[in-house]
Design a protein around this ligand. Structure first.
Ligand code: HC1
Ligand code: SF4
Length: 590
């Protein structure tokens, strides 16, 4: 620790902090747009200016709070007329850029003739940019202005460049956290006029983007967002033409509370059910039910691959669609190693349209199936051709909403989340076990699958109900386990950058594992790209909530779920059997 003086008062602060972190740690807020605790100093927005002096003799000088480390004896003033002036000027600059980009967009939308005007504007340097623009650059600016300001090609993520404030958080997130390098910052001349979060001259869908949505969590200006389907869902609900069914993903019952400023980590399952009923959904089911189902299928598949001594070991989990996108784009040789199990989202849709529809005697086309997910890539997953009925063309899941979209629907309806009471899920897809709740965190699918695969093989409970080596937020976790006399080698990986690092030796050196769980977002779904944009480094709090509840649940393993047993009796007959393979398994494309 070092002693510093902030606004006339002395404080002990961590010596490794920068001024912004130090001030915030003792309760003085400083305006900042580009700074984020998980990304550190970026220094592009120029908002977090403070006055600083070294010792009694020197004068106060302006400094960038995120880019300057604290030192012993430093004096800091977070507010002064000069500081305020600098902040106002930084904001005015950002507004001007947004305004100009919007103007270019409007002009380019109207008709081709306006190209002349557009050229004129770009040439005269409308934001005080006096540098001359050559004809070639002008050509490319004009083309790109009309094409790329709003990019919705990705189907999960939307980029509205007119809202961009050049903070470059997305560049940092996509490269440093996810290792995907989709964005690049562009030189300053173009920067002042053109889309700065340049996707290297391509539409987002033509890049290596895996739709993980991490950039949308960190974007402070709303330029990068999920593609919002909440109004579409409201229209379907209002039309009263279909039975509208919703399924709630494991992690959302922990994170939805954050949108309404409740204590982070609050588990609000019953309130979420009540909320979804108030929003008008006719049946509220639990995606954790189909997470249990996934485990029965995936556990059986693992046993099959192990006893077959298959060349397709190691087996990789396949429930994370960001990970699947990454395999298809960058690691196609791994495709035979992916579990063939559909994700719980897709098993949910398939069970609804193929089993539940018949059970309640309704045509599948009269059901509209929605999921609530912590994930943006799930929006694209449900559009895969594999998840459409071959004859009817009906999708298993019709639309997916992120936690943030549910938040918007609630606000539009003026519902007070804190006043909701607990309601129970509807059945027969409304009961789940501890294993299913573990899906929310990295390592959870592994732990759940081990419990049930062991039971399927031996008829006995897996001895380690708290399998510590796969818990926690480390990006790469490895373990061995005695599996009925055979040693299994396991790995659990989360976060794009860690995935690349982990897979580096693949195909070049020995890669000695039996079963590997991979999630594209850091920490798994609790850190998903559709989660609330929380300013705190909140993932560890969400994680604690997952585990603290699980240990007290009456049924902790998927094979104990009585409704899953009934589903097999009534419909599927046996795990990994013919009917199950038809409805609950899939293939991937090279
Ligand atoms: Fe996930 Fe899944 S756990 S992928 O991590 O397998 O999104 O929360 O819903 O499908 O169940 C996400 C979470 C989620 C699926 C399940
Ligand atoms: Fe990068 Fe993920 Fe954003 Fe795509 S969605 S640009 S991979 S951070």
């Amino acid at each position: 620790n070092v002693e510093v003086t902030i606004n006339g008062k002395k404080f002990q602060v961590n010596s490794k902090m920068n001024i912004l972190e130090a001030c915030r740690s003792v309760g003085f807020d400083i305006a900042a747009l580009c700074y984020h605790p998980s990304l550190g100093a970026i220094g592009t927005c120029k908002c977090c200016v403070v006055d600083v002096k070294n010792d009694h003799s020197s004068n106060f000088k302006r400094a960038c709070a995120c880019g300057t480390d604290v030192w012993k004896g430093m004096e800091i003033k977070t507010d002064s007329p000069q500081v305020r002036e600098q902040l106002m000027s930084a904001i005015a600059d950002l507004r001007m850029k947004q305004k100009n980009r919007k103007l270019i967009l409007e002009l380019s939308k109207k008709d081709k003739l306006n190209e002349t005007k557009l050229r004129q504007i770009l040439k005269t340097g409308m934001i005080g940019n006096k540098a001359k623009i050559g004809e070639t650059l002008l050509d490319s600016l004009v083309t790109r202005a009309s094409n790329r300001f709003i990019d919705e090609t990705n189907l999960a993520i939307k980029i509205d460049h007119t809202k961009c404030i050049d903070c470059t958080r997305c560049v940092m997130v996509c490269s440093n956290l996810q290792g995907m390098n989709v964005y690049s910052s562009v030189p300053s001349l173009q920067n002042s006029l053109m889309p700065p979060i340049n996707t290297k001259g391509k539409f987002l869908n033509d890049t290596m983007c895996i739709s993980c949505g991490q950039c949308s969590v960190y974007c402070p200006s709303g330029a990068i967002t999920e593609i919002d389907h909440s109004k579409k869902v409201e229209t379907v609900l209002k039309s009263k033409k279909k039975l509208v069914i919703v399924g709630l993903a494991p992690s959302c019952r922990i994170t939805l509370a954050e949108i309404f400023k409740l204590t982070p980590g609050s588990l609000t399952t019953g309130q979420c059910v009540h909320l979804l009923k108030l929003l008008g959904f006719h049946k509220v089911f639990d995606v954790q039910f189909t997470a249990d189902l996934t485990i029965m299928e995936e556990g059986s598949e693992l046993l099959h691959r192990l006893t077959d001594n298959a060349t397709t070991l190691p087996m990789f989990t396949s429930c994370c669609p960001g990970w699947i996108n990454l395999v298809e784009k960058q690691y196609p040789d791994l495709i035979p190693h992916l579990s063939s199990c559909k994700s719980p989202q897709q098993m949910f849709g398939s069970t609804i349209k193929n089993y539940y529809a018949e059970k309640i005697n309704i045509e599948p086309e009269n059901i509209f199936c929605v999921t609530v997910m912590p994930c943006t890539a799930k929006k694209k997953e449900l559009l895969r051709p594999q998840f459409k009925d071959k004859k009817t063309g009906l999708k298993d899941v019709d639309l997916c909403l992120t936690v943030r979209e549910i938040g918007r629907m609630v606000k539009r309806r003026g519902i007070e989340f804190a006043e909701l009471v607990e309601r129970a899920f509807d059945n027969p897809l409304g009961y789940s076990t501890g294993s299913a709740s573990l899906f929310a965190a990295s390592g959870g699918v592994m732990e759940a699958a081990l419990r049930s695969a062991y039971w399927l093989k031996t008829g006995e409970e897996f001895p380690e109900m708290k399998f510590k080596p796969v818990r926690g937020l480390d990006g790469i976790k490895q373990a061995t386990v005695d599996f009925d006399g055979k040693e299994l080698k396991l790995a659990v990986v989360s976060g794009g950058k860690n995935i690349h690092k982990f897979l580096e030796p693949w195909g070049t050196k020995a890669f000695d594992y039996n079963f590997i769980e991979i999630m594209a977002c850091p920490g798994g779904c609790i850190g998903g790209g559709g989660q609330p944009r929380s300013n705190l480094d909140i993932v560890p709090i969400r994680l604690k909530s997952v585990y603290s509840r699980e240990k007290n649940l009456p049924s902790r393993s998927s094979h104990e779920n009585p409704l899953i047993k009934r589903l097999y009796q009534d419909w599927l007959k046996k795990p990994y059997g013919q009917v199950a393979v038809k409805h609950l398994h899939t293939t991937y494309k090279r």
